[in-house]
Design a protein around this ligand. Structure first.
Ligand code: BGC
Length: 349
């Protein structure tokens, strides 16, 4: 594993970039700031490597950025209504950083902190990152220790394993926030990518993108990705959910029971032949079609990432679960272990 200096934080601490390379020549680069994947190079159908994730050239981009490029998001991926919840009868108020709501862990989420990194101890090329989030950080109770291990397997899979513990009852729902464009170029939108999501329902949202608490069938709606569909096919339909999200920005209720790693989604780009299969043990998948990108972020090699030029597939529990007792729980108690495995597997056809 190659380790280089990526930059220095304002307080003088060094940020490093690690390069994982597998036996088939694919590479993943990760920085210890935000535990962010900064590049992911995988072959197209002719064997030509292409970088399929968004990122910045320099540390300053990650420090200033507001789009969570490639980062580990936490403690809570996605929104908590009004940043408020109760646990064991106690009230907690989290930082408000998205309208009147809490998003992606708050002002200084896991994407804006320096993690401790070391080589993983598996056979594959892997990196183990640890962050200790203190009691009260962004309003969350309990000191949480989260360990995230990235592995780049010889089968061109980026596997992300999470392990979390706490010293007081708390909530934990981290996720990974890479923006993908399988063409390897971010000049084009992702509207021609074909997407399949193995889900019969979504958790519909209201204004502000907080779930209503219902589960709505995808049948006969633009949310029906049960068989592969071009993302652009219905993204501009007159549909209340698409209006609220300014496109796709919703949680799909995955089939096949959480707790078991299973295939939940497939993304395909015909030009390059690249296919990405998503496997996870999580109950939900947030599909975000990059609606809020506006070309203002200065990306790698001078790229101006335009609206819908990349998309996120974020495996996680459902948004606003702490206020929706009917959703699968995100409570973590002392003595318990939080676990997640999510795999982005690359192939071609
Ligand atoms: C959310 C979007 C949000 C974006 C931030 C996504 O995970 O679903 O609503 O704007 O992250 O870049």
């Amino acid at each position: 594993m190659k380790k280089t200096i990526f930059g220095k934080l304002p307080d003088g601490r060094e940020v490093h970039q690690y390069t994982l390379k597998n036996r088939s020549g694919a590479t993943a680069q990760i920085i210890d700031y935000g535990a962010a994947v900064t590049s992911l190079k995988v072959p197209d159908r002719n064997g030509k490597m292409g970088d399929v994730v968004m990122g910045y050239d320099s540390l300053q981009g990650y420090i200033d950025g507001t789009s969570y490029f490639g980062a580990i998001v936490g403690r809570y991926g996605n929104r908590i209504g009004k940043g408020h919840f109760q646990l064991d009868g106690k009230d907690y108020q989290l930082t408000i950083n998205d309208g009147e709501n809490h998003l992606h862990g708050g002002k200084t989420g896991f994407n804006k902190v320096l993690w401790d990194a070391k080589a993983g101890n598996s056979e594959e090329a892997s990196l183990r990152l640890q962050y200790i989030s203190r009691d009260g950080e962004e309003g969350y109770p309990g000191t949480v220790t989260l360990i995230v291990t990235y592995a780049l397997t010889d089968k061109n899979e980026l596997r992300i394993d999470y392990e979390g513990t706490t010293d007081k009852p708390t909530i934990l729902n981290p996720t990974h926030h890479s923006y993908f464009n399988l063409s390897g170029s971010f000049d084009d939108t992702i509207l021609n990518h074909l997407l399949m999501i193995d889900a019969d329902g979504i958790t519909p949202v209201g204004k502000g993108l907080i779930p209503t608490g219902q589960i709505e069938s995808v049948a006969k709606t633009p949310m029906d990705f049960r068989t592969p569909m071009a993302i652009g096919a219905h993204i501009n339909d007159e549909n209340e959910q698409l209006v609220f999200g300014k496109g796709y920005d919703h949680n799909w209720v995955l089939k096949g029971g959480a707790g078991k790693v299973r295939k939940v989604a497939e993304l395909y780009e015909a030009g390059s032949g690249r296919m990405m299969t998503v496997l996870t043990d999580q109950p939900g998948l947030q599909f975000y079609s990059g609606n809020f990108l506006d070309g203002s972020a200065k990306g790698k090699n001078g790229a101006a990432y335009g609206r819908r030029s990349g998309l996120c597939l974020e495996a996680q529990a459902f948004p606003d679960t702490p206020n929706k007792p009917q959703f699968p729980s995100v409570t973590l108690r002392p003595g318990q272990k939080y676990r997640q495995t999510t795999i982005y597997a690359f192939s071609t056809r």
